[in-house]
Design a protein around this ligand. Sequence first.
Ligand SMILES: Cc1cc2nc3c(=O)[nH]c(=O)nc-3n(C[C@H](O)[C@H](O)[C@H](O)COP(=O)(O)OP(=O)(O)OC[C@H]3O[C@@H](n4cnc5c(N)ncnc54)[C@H](O)[C@@H]3O)c2cc1C
Length: 450
Amino acid sequence: MTAATDVVVIGAGLAGLAAASRLVDAGAEVVVLEARERVGGRTLTLPAADGTPIDHGGQWIGPTQDRIAALADRVGVTTYASYEHGLNTEFRDGRAHRFDGQLPDGSDPVSAVAMGQAIRELDAMAARVPLEAPWTAADALVWDSQTVETWLQDRVSAERARNWLRAVIRGTLAAEARDLSLLHTLFVIRSAGGIAPLIATAGGAQERRFHGGAQTISIRLAESLGERVVLGAPAEVVRHGESGVVVEAGGRAVAAGRAILAVPPAIAGRIGYRPAMPGWRNQLTQRVPMGSVIKVHALYDEPFWRREGLSGLAVSDNGPVRIVYDNSPEDGSPGVLVGFIEGQQARTWARRNRADRRAGILACLTDYFGERAGRPRELLERSWADEEYSGGCYAGYFPPGVWTSFGQALREPIGRLHWAGTETATVWTSYMEGAVQSGERAADEVLAAS
Ligand SMILES: Cc1cc2nc3c(=O)[nH]c(=O)nc-3n(C[C@H](O)[C@H](O)[C@H](O)COP(=O)(O)OP(=O)(O)OC[C@H]3O[C@@H](n4cnc5c(N)ncnc54)[C@H](O)[C@@H]3O)c2cc1C
């Protein structure tokens, strides 16, 4: 049976739901097709054994992320400040060093100066990347012809500073410096307003968390859209032409005037199109791989590290878990540490058996916070590369050469097909904010075309 509507949205992540809400507000008829049996996509909140909501996907929101804040506000989801008191930890040379402030540099002035210089240089270059069209930057070809790693080797002499910057990049994009086009990385930096907002807790991207978990926003948006959202409906074929589109999804067909595909480029490339996509779009979607991350949560009766004057933030250049934050609920009960296994570590450790991985994770936590950290009452992990309809996280990233050869294909509508998803955003791309911006922009495109 074929249902008919004005606009069919593929994907009920934040981008698709933001698009659908905007269209419904404007009086359009909408059907949202979601492959999974749940909404929220790369946000996923599940209860721990004691019921504590655990964010296995996106979780933090910070200043200038106004669209996701407005959307949360609209559905009554409130926020609280991330815990950020006490000393941070750098695990280096087999030992935990405690430090105050953002950069683990106190004892090594040469690395500190090198880091400061590199950050200033990257910020200055990023400021010259046009957000709507990164490939038109004056130096686009030079920057898109190298990886972040080659730039680091060329421009940053102190190895410790290089390592720290590799960690910043890995923590932001869940990919290695060697994977990433320098131009893409500059674009991501510019879209967030600089490196400082990307790495900071207070004043930056990790500043606040959502009561009840980030997926609550999508769940409530879907509730407000009611029967317009269809779960368990993976779009398999999109037929499109001058008179409209028909999407075939899990045994049903939806006919519409236009479609918004609110999925990452790599996932959009797996859908069939009739007629087929033009070569430039087809080749783009072959070239934007997803990042690699396993998100880990360790739960304790209390956040014991706080009493020892520690913030729970740890950075390390060793072992699977190289960045850890205090992720306890607002009232501090239970104590929760969240760790990220990113980039190459995620690729390696995802293939180990669970017992080995668990031992590796607990060894890291013990190194950073002592024996007690090695005995959580619950240890949870989620590898996003295993998710069929995400393919990895935090987002799709651009290796060298892709922006300058195929960048224009990222957002450009093809007939009646419009593209959304955080990868297509011009602000806070890769983040929830970018997802919302992209969905609202795609909805505006459709409304303007109708
Ligand atoms: C571990 C992790 C930590 C993160 N941390 C943060 C953070 O702290 N702050 C932040 O801002 N961001 C964070 N992010 C990123 C953030 O979650 C994403 O940028 C955002 O959720 C992307 O939303 P989206 O709507 O663009 O895409 P998605 O959420 O991927 O939505 C796409 C939807 O389309 C569906 N779909 C796929 N294929 C089909 C198909 N064929 N048919 C129908 N439906 C389909 C998917 O199931 C999914 O629901 C994190 C992500 C992860 C995984």
